[in-house]
Design a binder for this molecule. Structure first.
Ligand code: XMP
Length: 518
């Protein structure tokens, strides 16, 4: 793959938040690639980066066989910045010492700046105290020769270290997470002031790099791309089409679990605006039949994921076989579905485009958005010329309304939910709130309640409304509507949607809740 030489290599030691480092580097206008520590040496030779960032890790440098920095990187003279485990492993390999902390530091910590450092340029001054996010058990107990401490924390006298002659820097805290409010600026300082990068890399270059990467991966193979109706798969499809044109066939599996008017919008966008051939499979009956009687959220997700793949395989056969399956998988889907280390980790939900894939699938995956966050996908969509109204749409999960109908999914329940959801979104748009909300939707609960309408008793469904703010879907806060908004929507829904006689609002943040109910 071609790549800008003005890049930073991120060596991944298995941290859950390595992609956040890449994101911060992108925000600083610098191209970066992540390579697992096992292949970092080859990536380093290929990229010739201007700097290297070492990630955190669930491992301990004190464990036998724990990951190490390739010697070639240390011998190269390229600037290095270590984060958490990255700091410890750097110290250990350069002749310092790491010991098991008696008590680790987890969560917010306050560090004190004790000396000047290029990482702090324009951000922090000597003597100041600042909040950072710590998550470590081990700590550096003796500095490697050539380093000086430039910040301390209550739990580690060596919170930040610097060796200006070699341009090596390292922090005990995680500067890539939002809980370290100034962290992004420290990363930008490393990229610009230490590595000398100009910070003029743009989404246009990301697009060009991805196009080249897709061409290299696919060769002359055929790709089939599953459209879910959402922004992610649409952006992935348009990008792949730019890369390989006619080698791509888009399949829109209409599972009948879409919102009002959604299927038509997707079909018209692809066929009319982009002239991308699209196979529209109307599979509502198949999905509803398969979901009949099923109430378990994971089984519902797995069934939908499996049925998607079945239909793709069938379409792939019809177009004469495909070697690759393309999907709009985003980074939050990846980390919430699989463990980076490959070890046993808790599956929160099987996202249908990652964890729900049946083993039997015999196509390779093309996932060009795998390292991006939602707002970055939107920026890429705009770069590709997708209409703002489409790109700005709230995220919609692959399994569709099925995971917004806890309990059994039936056509009747889908129709009730569609009507209520449409009213809710119509009111949100009318109030000018659509773009300030990350995601808003209705959930049809498997609960009936007693009501009174006119002179009669009703015994009908309860609907929950949810709206959240978020920047990447990984954490979220309930949206606070202006005072009269929710009562107005509740009244409209109960009056206009037959089958619903009570409306509630979900105030749960994520965590501990998730955004979707299933
Ligand atoms: P949760 O419910 O896990 O959702 O907090 C986080 C974000 O992911 C969306 N979501 C999905 N997207 N396939 C997708 O493409 C899925 O299976 C899926 N499940 C949840 C959800 O709507 C939210 O934006």
């Amino acid at each position: 793959m071609t790549h800008p030489t003005d890049s930073i290599l991120i060596v991944d030691f298995g941290s859950q938040v390595t992609q956040l480092i890449a994101r911060r580097v992108r925000e600083a206008g610098v191209y970066s690639e992540i390579a697992p520590f096992t292949t970092a040496e080859a990536a380093f030779a290929r990229m010739a980066p201007k700097g290297v960032i070492l990630s955190g890790s669930p491992a301990s440098v004190l464990d036998e066989g724990s990951p190490r920095i390739p010697q070639a990187i240390l011998d190269s003279g390229v600037p290095i910045m270590g984060i958490c485990y990255g700091q410890q492993v750097l110290m250990q390999q350069l002749g310092g010492n790491v010991t098991l902390g008696e008590s680790g530091e987890f969560g917010h910590a306050v560090i004190e700046i004790t000396d000047d450092c290029v990482l702090f340029d324009g951000v922090w001054k000597t003597g100041e105290k600042h909040t950072v996010w710590m998550s470590h058990g081990d700590k550096v107990s003796a500095l490697a020769p050539g380093f000086r401490p430039v910040a301390v924390s209550p739990g580690s006298p060596i919170a930040v270290v610097a060796d200006d002659s070699r341009k090596y820097y390292a922090t005990q805290f995680h500067m890539e997470v939002a809980h370290t409010p100034d962290g992004a600026k420290l990363i930008a300082n490393f990229a610009r002031h230490v590595c000398g990068l100009t910070g003029d890399w743009t989404m246009a270059e990301f697009r060009a790099a991805k196009v080249a990467q897709i061409r290299a991966q696919v060769g002359s193979g055929r790709v089939i791309c599953g459209l879910s109706g959402g922004v992610d798969s649409a952006v992935a499809a348009v990008l792949i089409h730019e890369a390989i044109g006619e080698q791509l066939t888009c399949v829109f599996v209409d599972h009948g679990l879409m919102r009002t008017g959604e299927a038509e919008q997707v079909v018209s966008l692809f066929r009319n605006s982009y002239n991308i051939p699209l196979v529209h499979v109307n599979a509502e009956e198949t999905f509803l039949a398969g979901l009949a009687g099923e109430t378990d959220p994971e089984k519902k997700r797995k069934f939908i994921g499996g049925a998607f793949i079945d239909l793709f395989e069938e379409e792939a056969r019809k177009v004469g076989g495909a070697d690759f399956l393309a999907q709009g998988t985003l980074y939050p889907d990846v980390i919430e579905s699989v463990s980076f280390t490959g070890g046993p980790s808790v599956t929160i939900k099987s996202h249908h485009n990652v964890g729900g894939l049946p083993e039997r699938m015999n196509m390779q995956l093309v996932e060009p958005l795998r390292e991006l966050f939602k707002d970055e996908v939107r920026a890429l969509g705009m770069e590709l010329g997708l209409p703002q109204a489409f790109v700005g749409r709230h995220p919609f999960p692959g399994p569709g309304l099925a995971i917004r109908i806890p309990g059994e999914v039936t056509k009747e329940r889908c129709d009730i939910l569609r009507k209520a959801d449409a009213i809710y979104l119509e009111e949100i748009r009318a109030a000018g709130l659509y773009d300030t909300i990350w995601q808003a939707f209705a959930v049809l609960l498997p609960v009936r309640s007693v009501g009174v309408m006119g002179d009669g008793r009703t015994y009908d469904n309860v609907l929950a409304l949810r709206a959240v703010t978020s920047t990447d879907g990984m954490t979220a806060e309930a949206f606070q509507f202006p005072g009269d908004f929710l009562p107005r929507v509740a009244t409209r829904i109960v009056n206009e949607v037959k089958g619903i006689n009570r409306v509630t609002y979900d105030y749960t943040s994520k965590p501990p809740g998730t955004i979707e109910w299933e």
